[in-house]
Design a protein around this ligand. Structure first.
Ligand code: PMP
Length: 324
């Protein structure tokens, strides 16, 4: 779908995947006006195709557009793009546990203009690909990045824009060099508090069973999975808290037994248990044997996936049925 100031959104079409033609002076190539979303379409046992909270993705996409001074795509066009794509061939959505069709809506500014200002032309594209589980098995190991941060308060951390991910590539590479699967970012100001991971939010379970996650500071992404777990957990009778978490307390808490589990959460990762955190000092914060998922993470994962797959009561009206 294209947007031109004064003409609005137009020219929606579904085409086979192929190269986009971009003028070398398109503003996105120079100033990085690119935003995206990630969501999944599931096919239930009865063949129904569902989306999980797509309105939340549409709203976050619009918020990202505002932060990057880009045109906003109205929610009905966001939803219409998904439905029109699924209509072409509903067999694209795979069936089976852990299987889904990953949807990647994105938008770039493609005005031909060299200058740092709000652009007048945009291109919205929706890509789709079948996916399985994000992490093959077991627990993930996490490298705490103390040199690099992802976003500062007042920056673009809350927006889902390509630039945030560009800055996380080197720390992610560093994590891999240290033998870890993922990177954990600390706050940019003090390098003291836990922010989030490369593509997931993070939660910790205390020995009293309460679950804590960092508050929405403006620097972390407003994860839809994070929000869903806070609500679902409370409904399940768990104490779910949003509080600043000092990284030193994570290492001390793991050692003393005060913190008994940690897990990552996001659309791709759903709920992925964390076995251990590692940092430059050589310290390790390990939960159990570092390989076995904790019971609270498993309970939350099961509860969330059951709602997402239409196998549990949808008391929050999160499941959107696609009629194609
Ligand atoms: N943080 C970051 C940096 C992410 O890329 C993602 C994935 N979108 C998340 C958190 C989790 O967000 P959600 O639950 O909406 O997928």
């Amino acid at each position: 779908i294209r947007y031109v100031e004064g003409q609005g959104w137009h020219d929606a079409k579904v085409v086979p995947r192929g190269p986009l033609s971009i003028d070398p002076a398109s503003t996105v190539l120079h100033y990085g006006q690119e935003i995206f979303e990630g969501l999944k379409a599931y096919r239930g046992k009865n063949g129904d195709i569902t989306l999980f909270r797509p309105g939340a993705n549409a709203a976050r996409f619009a918020a990202s557009a505002r932060r990057l001074a880009m045109a906003e795509l109205p929610e009905d066009l966001f939803m219409g793009a998904i439905e029109n794509l699924l209509k072409v061939d509903r067999d694209w959505v795979p069936q089976g546990s852990d299987q889904s069709l990953y949807l990647r809506p994105f938008m770039i500014s493609n005005e031909v203009f060299l200058g740092v200002k709000r652009a007048n032309e945009y291109l919205f594209v929706l890509l789709a690909s079948p996916v399985g589980a994000y992490f093959s098995s077991g627990c993930v190991s996490v490298w705490v990045s103390d040199e690099y941060t992802r976003a500062a308060i007042g920056g673009t951390g809350e927006a889902k824009c390509g630039g945030n991910y560009a800055s996380s590539l080197v720390p992610q590479q560093e994590a891999a060099e240290k033998g870890c699967d993922q990177v954990l970012f600390l706050d940019a100001r003090e390098r003291r508090y836990v922010d989030e991971m490369g593509g997931m939010n993070v939660m910790f379970v205390h020995k009293d069973g309460s679950v804590v996650t960092p508050p929405l500071s403006g620097a972390i992404l407003r994860g839809i999975t994070r929000d869903s777990l806070l609500k679902l957990g409370r409904k399940m009778g768990l104490t779910m808290r949003e509080e600043p978490i000092a990284i030193d307390d994570v290492f001390a808490g793991a050692a003393s037994g005060e913190i008994v589990e940690a897990f990552a959460c996001g659309t791709a990762a759903v709920v992925s248990p964390i076995g251990s955190f590692h940092r430059a000092s050589g310290d390790e914060a390990r939960f159990g044997d570092g390989k076995t998922a904790g019971p609270v993470a498993l309970r939350l994962r099961e509860a969330l996936s059951n709602v997402q797959r239409g196998e549990a009561e949808d008391s929050f009206h999160w499941v959107h049925h696609v009629t194609v």
